[in-house]
Ligand binder design. Structure first.
Ligand SMILES: O=C(O)C1=N[C@H](C(=O)O)C[C@H](O)C1
Length: 283
């Protein structure tokens, strides 16, 4: 699987009864692929995996797989053995997007041991999902580079906030073929400018072609177009993340008639009208 371009981590739409709306999920996946997305992510943070039952999670993965596009499947948890077993059970042809073990804060050596065990158990490529503001686990540049060197680890979804010297050094120092995919939507443009291989962006549900055009512009070296588009999309992403993800994105998709309800499951709360309207105004 080529880890390059814009991947859309699909929301999990719910119908009026609160059940997973698989027809809407399929339509969403088809629409973003038609608009140029390189692939999909099932069960990313945006898909609300924590509040889906095991049967619902399997259903979401099955719908996404049936679309035939490159697919990353989110896997997470603080127990290494359980995480390794989950990754080992993934079907061929997908990649596993495995979050740094959250909450436990096992330290860098513990994180490295976790990913060595998970990658050794996996028959599919592993993408490390580093999102310290959610997991509570910071990682130094040395640890990031050690993760990148683990056999079977094919890339990293990097969502560690403002870009700094470590980001530059990771992009310069990671092994050949290791993909860095941005996961902080508002800074995707500068990250692509620095050489990232793509992005996993919830924002790309609502303006997929524009995020794809941004990726293409940086790839082609069209700096003027990329800067202008990047600034506009940073404002859109900021509006979509004004309240906990994916509430605003779901509210916008509902307002556009693309999903039946804007519902999210507790403890997430539905987006405010103000946040939804602010995002819609930027489209
Ligand atoms: O679901 C994802 O994958 C993403 N989650 C991030 C988050 O909510 O922290 C944001 C990013 O757009 C992709």
């Amino acid at each position: 699987m080529e880890l390059s371009g814009i991947f859309v981590p699909l929301v999990t739409p719910f119908d009026e009864s609160g059940a997973v709306d698989t027809a809407a999920l399929r339509r969403l996946g088809e629409s973003v692929l038609e608009a140029g997305a390189a692939g999909l992510v099932a069960l990313g943070t945006t898909g609300e995996p924590a509040t889906l039952s095991p049967a619902e999670r399997a259903e979401v993965v099955s719908v996404c797989r049936s679309l035939g596009a490159p697919l990353l499947v989110g896997v997470g948890g603080s127990a290494t053995a359980a995480c390794a077993a989950e990754v080992a059970a993934l079907p061929a042809g997908v990649a596993a997007m495995v979050v740094v073990p959250p909450y436990t804060r096992p330290g860098e050596a513990g994180v490295l041991a976790h990913f060595r065990a998970v990658a050794a158990a996996s028959a599919v490529p592993v993408v490390v999902y580093h999102v310290p503001y959610r997991t509570g686990q910071a990682l130094s540049l040395a640890a990031l580079l050690q993760l990148a060197a683990i056999p079977g680890v094919a890339g990293m979804k990097l969502a560690d906030g403002p870009l700094g010297p470590d980001t530059l050094a990771l992009l310069a120092g990671a092994p050949e073929g290791f993909a860095v995919l941005g996961g902080d939507d508002a800074v995707i443009s500068p990250l692509l400018a620095l050489g990232a291989h793509g992005g996993i962006l919830a924002s790309a549900h609502v303006s997929t072609a524009s995020y794809v055009a941004l990726f293409d512009a940086w790839r082609a070296g069209d700096v003027a177009a990329a800067r202008k588009l990047g600034a506009r999309l940073a404002a859109l992403s900021t509006a979509l993340f004004a309240e906990p993800n994916p509430a605003v994105t779901k509210a916008v998709l509902h307002a556009q008639g693309r999903i039946a309800t804007p519902a999210v499951r507790l403890p997430l709360l539905a987006a405010s009208e103000a946040a939804r309207d602010a995002a819609l105004a930027l489209l």
